[in-house]
Design a protein around this ligand. Structure first.
Ligand code: EPU
Length: 344
């Protein structure tokens, strides 16, 4: 048996450096776990003291609205393992603490293809299934095989397949019925040594027009596009898209197109359409706006940026945006990142 060193519990810990939005916030108790045994120790600690447990990964898809009561567990489990289950087909298992983009690069180096469109997404592997991360025409669920998670209340390990995770656009069971119930420890994806590039997404198609790109070239193009549009959290703190792209019914779409002929939309099943929230927010005049110490990114209206403000200020600006879009387009924008620190 491998001996595992004891966990260190820190009281009243500063969480600001652990989130890409970098607003002030503290955890009543905090600990970092490097392996499954430490994770179980942390859960025992919390159970003995009846502390609520909050998971922290790369901190790139959350907003601290207030200090967090209970124990924040930073999941730092590391490791990548692959098995070839059919010629050229690999099941690759990633521990939750693996950095997403480094994992994508590692897979490209091994010629395990499929993740190239998802290059440069911030955050860690363990958080990827929670919001079913997606970009440039590919979603995590397209490659997903299974995950392992630990139930917080019992410490029991569960394995969940794709169906059990109930993936949808920016959504999974972990944001719904299982919210706050499990800590994801490992994610297994299906990758292939046979390249099958997908460059349907408009921005990617125009960047690579007239070429027959390799997966490495697709990855490089995605990185270029993202760097042009999205602020680097190291320079301008942000949590990526702050709202989901709304999906609306045919009737509302028709009436909006009568007065907004240029409104982009993407057809969805059941006669519905997805409208870019960035376009709606942009039309309401928010792109590049600065309100005190928070603002809206100048190249992508979907991204709220922090210049030294608080979570409450970010939420106030988000509300202002939601009101304006509701009033002008009769569309309710839903916040995408997880909001931490509010009473559940
Ligand atoms: N647009 C505007 N104003 C802007 C930005 C964009 O009008 O300020 C318009 C564009 O002209 C385009 C449309 O909005 O017609 C869509 O823009 P874009 O291609 O940049 O994608 P998005 O729908 O805004 C989504 C994801 C991104 C992901 C990109 C690429 C959501 C909530 N966001 O953004 O995800 O990178 O597609 O696939 O689905 C993230 O989650 O953090 C994220 C960046």
């Amino acid at each position: 048996m491998i001996e595992s060193s004891a966990i260190e519990i820190i009281e009243n810990a500063d969480l600001q450096p652990f989130t890409t939005m970098a607003v002030p916030g503290r955890a009543e108790y905090f600990c970092r776990v490097d392996n499954q045994q430490q994770l179980l120790q942390a859960l025992d600690y919390a159970r003995d003291r009846q502390l609520q447990v909050t998971a922290l990964g790369g901190g790139s898809n959350l907003l601290l609205a207030a200090d967090i009561v209970g124990l924040v567990v930073q999941l730092n489990l590391i490791g990548i393992e692959a098995s070839e289950f059919a010629p050229g087909q690999f099941h690759v298992s990633f521990a939750a603490g693996e950095n997403w983009h480094q994992a994508v690069e590692h897979c490209l180096q091994q010629s395990w293809y499929g993740l190239e469109n998802l290059s440069l997404i911030p955050g860690n592997m363990g958080a990827a299934p929670i919001q079913n991360i997606g970009a440039y025409g590919v979603e995590l669920c397209d490659l997903f095989v299974s995950l392992e998670a630990i139930e917080i209340s019992s410490g029991k390990l569960v394995v969940m397949d794709k169906q059990a995770c109930q993936f949808a656009y920016r959504d999974s069971i972990f944001k719904q019925a299982y919210k706050g119930r499990y800590l994801i420890t490992q994610v297994t994806l299906l990758l292939s040594s046979v390249a099958q590039v997908n460059i349907q997404y408009p921005a990617l198609a125009s960047a690579l027009e007239g070429t027959e790109p390799s997966p490495e070239q697709v990855s490089a193009a995605v990185c270029r596009i993202r760097r042009e549009k999205l602020p680097d959290p190291q320079q301008i703190p942000n949590a990526g898209s702050f709202f989901k792209n709304p999906v609306i019914g045919a009737e509302l779409l028709q009436s909006l197109l009568e007065t907004n002929a240029a409104m982009p939309y993407f057809k969805q099943p059941n006669d519905r359409a997805k409208v870019p929230a960035a376009w709606l927010i942009d039309q309401c005049g928010f792109r590049g706006l600065r309100s005190g110490k928070v603002g809206v990114h100048q190249h992508q209206a979907l991204v709220l940026v922090n210049f030294g403000g608080t979570g409450a200020e970010i939420l106030q600006l988000a509300e202002q945006i939601q009101l304006a879009v509701q009033e002008r387009f009769a569309i309710a924008l839903e916040i995408e990142p997880q909001i931490y620190g509010l009473p559940s």
